[in-house]
Design a binder for this molecule. Structure first.
Ligand code: FAD
Length: 394
């Protein structure tokens, strides 16, 4: 079978498309195999952190994303009684060209990247093609593709597995995915209700600590997304009923009025990191490599950081400017960041919102009041600190 002089990518989510866009920028031909018949339109991640926007700007994708999103320079921690502390990303304007969070659904990014790439001769995407298996040798990866009516084998030089949490590539490689699944599920309720009518000081990103019913409120254009944990005893059917959503919202709106429910998503949440991110000519990235709870918005952002770290190197290896063993740094850097930063921080964020750390409110107020601590804290929550740490790992 002839080997195509291309990098193959499994999955056209935000991570696969970012990887494709960066490779094409460097003149590397790519083919994405996407299992779905079209790009996903699901309502999933909705926060882009400052350094992610810096990376997307290099791909020409930040500007159109900014035009469709909502800039959130401020975020706050609250209890039901009011604000504990508020932070302003403009404090770290010397460290990023985008000192704010951008609130915008992830499907807007995938659409933008795909549309921009569509005009480039080095970009190909094949929908309805699931990567179902693979073999590799010293110079190529041979994938088995399953389609609705046929299957075939194709060979390319490298494979990036950006095929999501249930990655078939990770399974085919037999890479362990240790970690755990939270017993509670998470319910995201979207509503056009104007929460500022009941909380005048509310900003677009707010985390509300409570030992029983913690939640967060994220504003996106035209809607608020409110996320709650759900106890095991509540069935999926009950959780997804309008009556249940209204009962949850009544607690958030302090019973002010009945709000319209635009959309609901219920999902299980895992904390897992793959044992290795590289196996020969195959790389795991994004949800295929690591999963975490959504507190802090680090899943998709961390995945985009994986894609850039990997493809910056792969493009140099492709052109002969870097030896292949340099690709091991991707595994070293990004796996370590997933473990010591993304997993640790997202678990800590959850514990803090559950009020398991009695010192948390005082720590937050202390950080907000001290300029140096506020600066360091903002570098951490914006994920800039994780990128600097990755670079140190060599
Ligand atoms: C229901 C849900 C809600 C979420 N909500 C939030 C949230 O509120 N906040 C947050 O920060 N994060 C959230 N996340 C997580 C966030 O969406 C992910 O971190 C992000 O999508 C990861 O991007 P990815 O490209 O790695 O994977 P994905 O976005 O999952 O993309 C994988 C792509 O690969 C395709 N694919 C799958 N298998 C194959 C195969 N074998 N061959 C070829 N293609 C394949 C899929 O069709 C898909 O298009 C949510 C996740 C889910 C599931």
């Amino acid at each position: 079978m002839p080997v195509e002089e291309r990098v193959f990518i499994a999955g056209a989510g935000p991570v696969g498309l970012t990887a494709a866009a960066n490779l094409v920028r460097y003149g590397v031909p790519v083919t994405i195999f996407e299992a779905g018949e079209a790009l996903s339109e699901e309502s999933r991640a909705s926060t882009f952190h400052p350094p992610t926007l810096d990376m997307l700007a290099e791909l020409g994708a930040a500007e159109p994303l900014l035009a469709q999103g909502l800039r959130a320079p401020l975020f706050q921690y609250r209890t039901r009684d009011g604000v504990i502390a508020q932070f302003d990303f403009s404090v770290i304007a010397d460290a990023t060209r985008h000192p704010f969070r951008l609130q915008s659904e992830q499907f807007k990014l995938t659409r933008i990247l795909h549309d921009r790439l569509g005009r480039k001769p080095d970009y190909r995407i094949e929908f309805g093609r699931r990567v179902a298996g693979l073999e590799q040798d010293g110079s190529a990866v041979h994938v088995t593709l399953e389609g609705t009516r046929s299957s075939e084998r194709r060979s390319g030089r490298w494979l990036i597995a950006a095929d999501g949490a249930r990655s078939e590539v990770r399974r085919a490689l037999n890479v362990d995915f240790p970690g755990f699944t939270w017993p509670e599920r998470f319910l995201v309720v979207s509503t056009p209700f104007d929460f500022r009518s009941v909380m005048a000081d509310l900003v677009s990103v707010a985390y509300v600590a409570d030992p029983v019913r913690w939640h967060f409120l994220l504003e996106i254009p035209g809607l608020w997304r409110v996320m709650f944990p759900l106890a095991k005893a509540i069935s999926d059917g009950e959780a997804l009923s309008q009556a249940f959503a209204h009962s949850l919202m009544a607690a958030v709106t302090l019973g002010a009025s009945r709000c319209e429910i635009a959309h609901m998503t219920l999902y299980k949440v895992h904390q897992r990191v793959a044992k290795n991110f590289r196996d020969g000519r195959v790389f795991l990235a994004g949800d295929a490599a690591h999963l975490n709870n959504p507190l802090g918005g680090m899943g998709m952002n961390g995945g985009i950081h994986d894609a850039i770290n990997l493809t910056d190197r792969l493009a140099k290896v492709w052109s002969g400017a870097m030896p292949e063993q340099e690709l091991d740094r991707y595994d070293r850097q990004r796996r370590q960041i997933a473990l010591e930063y993304i997993e640790k921080q997202s678990i800590e964020n959850k514990r803090n919102l559950e009020c398991r750390n009695a010192d948390f409110p005082a720590q937050l107020r202390g950080a907000a009041a001290d300029p140096q601590r506020a600066y360091d804290y903002l570098l951490r929550v914006s994920m800039i600190a994780s990128l600097r740490r990755a670079a140190e790992l060599g």
